[in-house]
Design a protein around this ligand. Structure first.
Ligand code: MD3
Ligand code: FE
Length: 216
C-alpha cells in the first residue's frame, strides 16, 4: 500500500492513502468512542442485531442493525434499502447526532464536504465472522463517498480493484479508525477477513463497523 503520512502539524489526523479516493483516518473516532458505543447500544435496542440471509439463502456471519431514513437489507428477494426494519415493520431508528457529525467530519477531512448520509449499516462481527469480497452498488449516486468506522477488536480489511479478480491489498484496521471511500475507489471490491478471538476493553468479543452511505 502507498502509505502517505502527512501529519506534519500537531493535532492533524494521520491520513493513509490506500489508493486514489480511499483514505484511512487513523484514530479519528477515538474522541467519540463512548458516545458511539452508547448510540450503537440504543439503536440496537430498537433494531436488534440479526443475521440476515443472502438471496442464495446463506445466513451472513456478521450480525446487522441499521439506522437512518433507510436500512440495507438482504433476503430471498434480493439486496435493497428500505425504510422499515423487516423484523418489526417499524421505521429504522433515527441516525444519532454523534453518528451524523462524525461521518460528515470524516468525509470533509478526506475531501468530500457536504456529506449527508441517510443510511447507517451497523455490522457486528464475532469470532469467525467475515465478509467476502463484494461491491457496494445498491446506492443511487456513486459520486457520494462511503464512510466506515471501526470499533472494538481489530481486523484485516481486504481492498481489491474494480474487478473481482484484482488481487486485494490487506489493510489492518483497529479501534477508532475511519476510512472514507469515494471517487475512483467507490466501486472497488472489498471484504473483511475472518475475525480472530479476542477481548476488547470496550466491546468485549466484538468488532463493530458503522458504514455511512447516501443511499437515496
Ligand atoms: C470500499 N462492510 O457492509 S466497510 C459492507 O467492515 C462492508 O463491515 C465492511 O463492506 C465492514 O458493505 C467494510 C468499508 C467499505 C465500505 C464500502 C466500500 C469499503 C468500501 C465501497 C467501496 C470500496
Ligand atoms: Fe461493502
Amino acid at each position: 500500500m502507498t502509505s502517505d503520512l502527512f501529519s506534519d502539524q500537531p493535532g492533524e489526523p494521520i491520513r493513509e492513502i490506500i489508493t486514489e479516493g480511499a483514505v484511512v483516518l487513523r484514530g479519528f473516532a477515538l474522541a467519540n468512542e463512548q458516545a458511539l458505543l452508547q448510540a450503537i447500544d440504543e439503536v440496537s435496542q430498537q433494531a436488534p442485531f440479526r443475521h440476515m440471509r443472502t438471496p442464495g439463502g446463506h445466513a451472513m456471519s456478521a450480525a446487522m442493525s441499521a439506522c437512518g431514513h433507510v436500512g440495507w437489507v438482504t433476503d430471498q428477494r434480493g439486496y435493497r434499502y428500505q425504510a422499515e426494519d423487516p423484523e418489526s415493520g417499524s421505521p429504522w431508528p433515527a441516525m444519532p447526532g454523534v453518528f451524523r457529525r462524525l461521518a460528515a467530519e470524516a468525509a470533509e477531512d478526506a475531501g468530500y464536504p457536504g456529506f449527508e448520509p441517510d443510511a447507517c449499516l451497523i455490522n457486528r462481527y464475532q469470532r469467525g465472522a467475515k465478509m467476502g469480497l463484494h461491491q457496494d452498488r445498491d446506492e443511487r449516486d456513486f459520486s457520494q463517498p462511503i464512510v466506515s468506522v471501526s470499533l472494538g477488536l481489530p481486523m484485516v480489511f481486504q481492498f481489491g480493484g474494480r474487478k473481482r479478480s484484482d488481487r486485494p491489498l490487506k489493510v489492518p484496521l483497529t479501534h477508532g479508525d475511519v476510512v472514507v471511500w469515494g471517487g475512483p475507489s467507490r466501486l472497488n471490491y472489498h471484504g473483511v477477513l475472518t475475525l480472530k478471538t479476542g477481548h476488547h476493553p470496550l466491546t468485549g468479543p466484538y468488532r463493530y463497523n458503522l458504514t455511512f452511505r447516501r443511499a437515496l
